[in-house]
Design a protein. Sequence first.
Length: 176
Amino acid sequence: MTEETAAEARVRVKVTRTLVRTPLVVGAVLLLAAIGFTLLGDDLSIFPFLLMLVGGWCFGFAFVNATLGMVPARNGAILHLGVAIVLGAVLAFVVEFGGDLIEPFPDEVRGIAVVLQLAAISATGWIWLALISRVTDLFGRRDAKKRPSPLSSRSHSGATGDGPPSCRRRRTASAR
């Protein structure tokens, strides 16, 4: 494994901070670049395709962060659930019937629609993954509340500090 230089570490930290702090701006720039490549005739090669996926992910990431930061948390969870359901339904409709809807439009418009559809798929996927995580976390918290609290060390020591009463009885019986 190679060691990271100080300059590489600074670049990595800068890129990470940019993606975490401003995902909407990064997502918009990536999607505009993907649209530009698509309009220039580079339909679905790997680079524009990756731009579409990461750009869409940035939008999903921003939405999930916004709902996680809402107070009270219940409102964020309700909004998250509602948007996930609506986006899932819209994507299912667009995948099934979208080709027929955009058929009469020029190639440029259809190309932009494909870019946005692929970006929406990755955004919706991220939103659904975060929703699954949120729901499983709620079940984990609920189960943690049902578990009995651990016994303190004082409850094991008994009145004399020699352990639980059953141990004290055995020691006193064997000492006689």
